[in-house]
Design a protein around this ligand. Structure first.
Ligand code: NAD
Ligand code: AKB
Length: 320
């Protein structure tokens, strides 16, 4: 049975990944690693072990790995694309030096490592439609540079030391448990909060800007299924294109209006987020993930909008 350490467990993905792994009997102890600045929700504090783990402290990672006999590390620590542009050195430190710490601990103590990559690895020279698995990766953001470096380092540790590194290039992830952490695709979550509160949404991304997206349950399935996949079938490792849908703000707003005819949106385009979004693919080809480990997203645009609206309405506009 796999014992897991999730670093960055308090974030948008981590909160749902920890809960899913703890409910899955193919896994043993699931340690939620978080920093002192990012407390965990009570549900995670009460459902299993939680430890302060700063990814910049390699000794601490090793200590927690040894204490809980961890054999798999999910490394979710990062500064997302928009935030990273205002703190490029911190983004590099967490994204690259933090990953090196994790890989070194994994090499010494025999752990597998999953470190999400992103559509942020691509740039304006990359084919934007049916973006191939193996293609130009020349990002113009520091976030993208950390992700390309992370992919290369993860492959290096696999080939040189045999560390079982695997990862996916996540698209924008949409969820209702934990708000997103400062990315370019966050608009596709924020829009639902406005819709439920009955407010006009000021969209920072221009009409006609298409990006890949996926609902969180599919993203979590990817993280679990890739790490359980038969290694013999993996021709790629770091990192697989995965996507579930592609839309622009107009398409998303129209889908919301089918359920909430009074919903209104205006554009307040943010030059930083827009320039990042314009440099990312419109729609990726994820056939390698489908063939090599069975990636098959379950939630499309219409189902996603139903789930988001009903979950946020259940929380109540006052709680949002
Ligand atoms: P998030 O910002 O919600 O969470 C990241 C977590 O990392 C936060 O809890 C933060 O406290 C933690 N962290 C920051 N510095 C740390 C440090 N020094 N030590 C330990 N933890 C630290 O991000 P997320 O959306 O959960 O993303 C997780 C991973 O998935 C990241 O690598 C991100 O780039 C990648 N990803 C996310 C998306 C998305 O849409 N959410 C898309 C593509 C890739
Ligand atoms: C971001 O927008 O930074 C993330 C991502 C797609 O990597 N959501």
């Amino acid at each position: 049975m796999k014992n897991v350490l999730v670093i960055g467990a308090a974030g948008q993905i981590g909160t749902e990944l920890v809960a899913t792994l703890r409910a899955d009997d193919r896994f043993g102890t699931i340690v939620a690693g978080h920093t002192t600045r990012t407390p965990l929700p009570d549900s995670l504090l009460q459902s299993g072990p939680c430890e302060c783990v700063d990814i910049l402290d390699a000794r601490r990672i090793a200590e927690v790995v040894k204490t809980y006999n961890v054999d798999t590390i999910y490394n979710l620590a990062a500064l997302l694309s928009a935030t990273a542009e205002s703190k490029p050195l911190a983004a590099w430190n967490v994204g690259v030096n933090g990953l090196i710490n994790t890989l070194e601990v994994a090499r010494e103590l025999g752990c597998a490592v999953f470190t999400p990559s992103s559509i942020g690895v691509f740039g304006p020279e990359t084919p934007a439609v049916m973006t191939p698995q193996d293609t130009v990766c020349r990002p113009k953001t520091v976030y993208g540079i950390t992700k390309v470096t992370g992919e290369l380092l993860s492959d290096y540790y696999f080939h040189k030391y045999g560390v079982d590194t695997r990862s996916v290039r996540y698209p924008g992830l949409i969820s209702h448990e934990t708000p997103p952490g400062g990315g370019t695709t966050d608009y596709a979550v924020e829009i639902f909060y406005s819709a439920v509160k009955g407010e006009t949404y000021a969209c920072p991304i221009a009409a006609g800007t298409f990006m890949d997206m996926a609902f969180m349950s599919d993203a979590i399935d990817a993280a679990v299924n890739l790490m359980l996949a038969d290694p013999q079938r993996l021709k790629h490792r770091n990192s697989f294109n995965v996507t579930a849908m592609s839309f622009d703000p107009e398409m998303l707003a129209a889908e919301i209006r089918k359920r909430k005819p009074d919903f209104s949106m205006r554009y307040a385009v943010d030059p930083l987020r827009q320039s990042i979004a314009s440099s990312w693919p419109d729609a990726m080809d994820d056939s390698c993930a489908r063939e090599e480990w069975g990636w098959q997203p379950k939630i499309g645009l219409s189902e996603m909008v139903d789930i988001m609206l009903s979950a946020l309405e259940k929380k109540g506009a006052g709680a949002l």
